[in-house]
Design a protein around this ligand. Structure first.
Ligand code: PMV
Length: 323
């Protein structure tokens, strides 16, 4: 048993298949080299102390048994992860947890899922429990569902396995895709979106327009399958075209915004192969598949049009122990 450990996990970017993945369809996600780092220290007693300066928790301390709904938003994922782990492995102990992120929780890079994965991984090491990646996925996914109520688990898988993944909603299939030379430009709209609300809005629309929305999910599934093949062949022109088509369907689902559209159009005009929103929509980020020699032009266009260009390295390593 160890007394202290540091674990890190990557952030993520959805490439294709958001929203339909919630309905057990496939998506493609890539891990980004902006990482979440979590230090876990075993302490005596039964209290959990949480220090998460980036989300405004300076010195939060409470009993592990505190119900999730009574906790501040930024503590919920950490506590749900610990509660699930303790329940599964019949453990009880005090902990001190510190989190540090290379990226803002506003960007939609998946800070909640990355922190959940880091905590579960760290607890396995601290309490000498062999936790396979699949078990780690199940515990962390359950924790996210306990907090958020909805979600496909794609962000959890990305934080665990890293790289670029073909993922089927709920974790039915999790398969790495070998990508080479993927060149993306990311534009942040400056607007924080709430994933759970957007997922619920799509669910409402699916209820009233079953056939039409069902057709859209099937079309997005076709795009994901084609995008997987195009990624394997490094056919970025094709990926751009598929991104544009996927964007049209996301607009039809009602998750696009004027600000996202604006950045998507300027990126296309500045030379991108294609562009789309990434993640739940409603704000957050757009991605452009960019020819390497046009990257700077696309970045400038995004900045000039009210976006923030976020440099990312894709296909990052999954969860790992730092020391
Ligand atoms: O908002 P993000 O970047 O975490 O992406 C959400 C993607 C959805 O498909 C809308 C939801 C999900 O859990 O798959």
């Amino acid at each position: 048993m160890k007394n202290s450990i540091v674990v890190s996990a990557p952030g993520k970017l959805m490439l294709f298949g958001e929203h339909s993945v919630v309905y057990r369809k496939p998506c493609i996600v890539t891990a980004v080299e902006q990482r979440m780092r979590v230090r876990v220290i075993r302490t005596v007693g039964s209290e959990i102390e949480l220090i998460a300066p980036e989300v405004g928790l300076k010195n939060f301390k409470t009993k592990i048994t505190t119900p999730i709904k009574k906790l501040p938003k930024s503590a919920k994922f950490v506590f749900a992860a610990i509660q699930n782990f303790y329940k599964k492995y019949k453990i009880s102990s005090g902990l001190k947890i510190e989190t540090h992120s290379d990226f803002s929780s506003k960007f939609g890079f998946g800070s909640s899922s990355a922190v959940t994965v880091c905590v579960v991984k760290a607890l396995g090491e601290i309490f000498d429990v062999q936790v396979t990646n699949k078990e780690l996925f199940d515990i962390a996914y359950k924790a996210v569902l306990a907090v958020q109520g909805v979600g496909s688990g794609f962000d959890i898988a990305s934080a665990i396995w890293g790289g670029t993944l073909y993922f089927v909603g709920g974790g039915k299939v999790i398969r790495p895709i070998n990508t080479k030379g993927l060149s993306l430009v990311i534009g942040y709209t400056g607007i924080k979106a709430d994933t759970a609300t957007l997922v619920r809005n799509v669910a409402e629309l699916y209820k009233t327009e079953r056939a039409q929305i069902g057709n859209i999910f099937s079309s997005i599934t076709g795009i994901v399958e084609d995008a997987k093949k195009a990624l394997l062949k490094s056919d970025f022109q094709k990926l751009g075209t598929l991104a544009n088509i996927n964007q049209g369907f996301l607009d039809a689902l009602g998750v696009n915004t004027r600000e996202l559209s604006n950045l998507i159009f300027v990126a296309r005009k500045a030379g991108a192969y294609g562009a789309k929103l990434s993640g739940a929509g409603g704000g957050d980020c757009m991605i452009a598949f960019a020819p390497v020699n046009e990257r700077n032009k696309i970045r400038t266009a995004i900045q000039k049009n009210g976006g923030k260009d976020l440099p990312v390295k894709t296909g990052a390593e999954g969860v790992r122990i730092e020391k």
